[in-house]
Ligand binder design. Sequence first.
Ligand code: FAD
Length: 383
Amino acid sequence: MPEHIPHVLILGGGFGGLAAANEIRNSLSSSQVKITVVDKKNWFMVGFAKLWIIKGTRTFENSTALLSGLSKKDIDFLNEEILTIDLENKNVKTTTQNLSYDFLIIAMGAQLAPQKIPGLIENGMNLYDYKESRAIHDKIKKMKSGNIAISIMGMPYKCPPAPFEASLIIDSMLREAEIRDSVQIHFYSPAPITLPAAGPEISKQILDLINSEKIIFHNSCKIKSVEPNKLIFQDSEADFDLLLAVPPHVAPDIIYESGLAEENNFIPIDRDCKTPYENVYAVGDVTTLKITDTFSVPKAGVFAEGEGQTVAKRIISKIQSKEDSTLFDGKGGCFIESGRDTASVIEIDMFSGPVPSTKLTESTSEHLDEKLQFEKDRFSKWL
Ligand SMILES: Cc1cc2nc3c(=O)[nH]c(=O)nc-3n(C[C@H](O)[C@H](O)[C@H](O)COP(=O)(O)OP(=O)(O)OC[C@H]3O[C@@H](n4cnc5c(N)ncnc54)[C@H](O)[C@@H]3O)c2cc1C
């Protein structure tokens, strides 16, 4: 009888899924393991490219790489929607197929849920939706004066520094158009400080950075609803001409239906990224990894990638019948572009002590080059 080749099924071809698929394939050949990545999209984009589309230096087309590129690595790509995950029977149903697996990696990310805020879809634009990035660019380009509101409408959200970067990039667009003095930028957050995950010191540095560009930060603004040209918070209201919102994030419905997460939560994992089901792992934005009672690993590509690599190492060892105790190391860096052709990096070490240790580097052109290189590296090593 031919030997059974183990099948690793990866749900989601984003940071976590692509990192895991490639890490496994780099160690094991197609005669040792079959790898399938399923995604309803047929492309991959680094999240921050959306900000460059808003800025106008990028288009959707030149910011994406096709997932069909996985075939070069002997990784199968199935471009279909995942409909159900049946963990008892080890079966995943997609639009046309039933897929069985020996190992399952759930890397389906977080979904944007603007429908959770009454009036948002009708009256605001979604800062995080690639489909709206170009339209946001056009709206900003058409402005002559007025009031731009950037509003975070739920926690946790992907890449905590990104809305601040967006405000700085928009500031630079208005400066270039020589209308900065006629347009105000207001930033509304439900949090008491700019970046709770990075701690009070870095939050103060980010506050100073945006204040230096006359971006006004309003803390503890918990959104209730949006009306035409008006944000309604629990304790106050604010007017706007253009609203750019970071909507609440949720796990995909089928994650709740599979029983892996409770309603309005993400899949709880530990540093081994295991779920209660044998050989079923979860990584990235679809998960919650608590560090302390108040801190969780932020939703960011670098951490999804690190978790994907952790799971890959565990699966490689299992297939090779070796012991493996690899744990996610919790280290990573997030860029903050200043809008003045420089960037700084927030370096985070999640598990270095009782609370995460964080450091903000100087803002330099070299770090901006590193940001471009970060994207290039992911495209070339994964696809
Ligand atoms: C504006 C912006 C800037 C950012 N900047 C940074 C940054 O500088 N650094 C950083 O590290 N991170 C950044 N991020 C965050 C980063 O993009 C995410 O944290 C990262 O993509 C999470 O990876 P993931 O693999 O968990 O999920 P994702 O990359 O979201 O991948 C999940 C995949 O699952 C697929 N999927 C979901 N449901 C289904 C289904 N039912 N059927 C089929 N396929 C499905 C989706 O199509 C998607 O491709 C940024 C994000 C944004 C929006």
